[in-house]
Design a protein around this ligand. Structure first.
Ligand code: UDP
Length: 329
């Protein structure tokens, strides 16, 4: 019995592959390498290079493998890009998931853990955000993820399929080996961008707005370490394989840090004085996003081990020092 990881060459997928293999699972990867990297692929997994929208490719892979469950990461994930090219997101993410589900049903695969996002909630009406919070996405990325959740839910209602959808807050950090980590091109995420300054790749950090209604005026986010996130996926998979019912869980640390706090922590970790400038707000950024992670704690028996944001930045720093240009090929 094997686990299929779609998007196993991407940031989160490649860490999940290592986490699964280290726990003794046999892993199959499907990735089209559009945003994933060959270098991030664990050689211990079997890799199928192809697109989840290609039903023939998926059916062929499923017929060769004995898959027990799927962890589905394959998707485009840039909010800004989704605003200018929404159809890319509805095609690759939503249609891709529809094709994946069709192939899963044909091959009688019964479990899926789905990589969702806090962007499904949209502008928060209360903090912390729990899973009953209204879902009104404010960008096509979040809308597509919500549609994917619903595709999975209704397929599960009609067929012999159970699911867990995991809504991530801000995922960060890298594998303790420093061999894989966050590498996007172009990079848009705060921690890798901050670290580009001590790496000499960027002169200063642009802080997107200091006039938010928060303690220091900058946006507050909930940063969760990639290893904690991966552990939650494995727990969710095992929860489904044990026969438990489908559900949705937030994955966050439950704590919020402002941009200035992140900057201070990064200065301490890197021992580098990181200059910054205040620039305009970025469209679509809510002031505060903090998860309630109580449900995942109660039902999945999960809790985050990285509770100090400095340790998250430290692990990212290890990776970026080793790969200052990321996995650019
Ligand atoms: N941010 C920033 N400067 C940057 C990149 C990000 O000030 O160069 C801010 C961004 O406005 C947000 C926070 O950092 O408040 C986290 O942004 P990121 O893109 O990492 O994640 P998001 O919250 O959008 O998922």
């Amino acid at each position: 019995m094997s686990i299929l990881v779609t998007g196993g060459a991407g940031y989160i997928g490649s860490h999940a592959v290592r986490g699964l293999i280290d726990k003794g699972y046999d892993v199959v990867i499907v990735d089209n390498l559009e945003t994933g990297y060959q270098k991030a692929i664990d050689p211990r997994a079997r890799f199928y290079n192809g697109d989840i929208r290609n039903i023939g490719f998926l059916n062929d892979m499923f017929s060769k493998e004995d898959i027990n469950g799927v962890i589905h990461f394959a998707a485009n994930s840039l909010v800004g890009e989704s605003m200018v090219n929404p159809l890319k997101y509805f095609d690759n993410n939503v249609h891709g998931t529809q094709v994946l589900l069709t192939a899963m049903l044909k091959s009688k695969i019964k479990h899926i853990v789905f990589s969702s996002t806090a962007a499904t909630y949209g502008e928060p009406v209360r903090i912390p955000i729990d899973e009953t919070h209204p879902t009104h996405p404010i960008n096509p990325y979040g809308e597509a993820k919500l549609m994917m959740e619903k595709l999975i839910k209704w397929t599960s209602t009609a067929h012999d399929l159970t699911y867990v959808s995991l809504r991530y807050f801000n995922v960060a950090g890298a594998h303790p080996s420093g061999e894989i980590g966050e590498s996007h091109n172009p990079e848009t995420h705060l921690i890798p961008i901050i670290l580009q300054v001590p790496l000499g790749k960027r002169e200063k950090l642009s802080v997107f707005g200091d006039d938010y209604d928060t303690k220091d005026g900058t946006c507050i986010r909930d940063y969760i370490h990639i290893e904690d996130l991966v552990n939650a996926h494995i727990k969710a998979l095992e929860y489904l394989i044990e026969g438990n019912t489908s559900d949705i869980f937030n994955l966050g640390s439950g704590d919020g840090y402002s941009i200035y706090e992140m900057l201070e922590a990064a200065k301490e970790v890197t021992a580098f004085d990181i200059p910054f400038e205040i620039t305009a707000r970025r469209a679509g950024d809510p002031a505060v996003l903090i998860a309630s992670n109580q449900k995942a704690k109660d039902i999945l028996g999960w809790s985050p081990k990285y509770t100090d944001v400095k340790d998250i930045i430290k692990s990212a720093w290890q990776f970026h020092k080793k790969f200052p240009d990321g996995f650019k090929e």
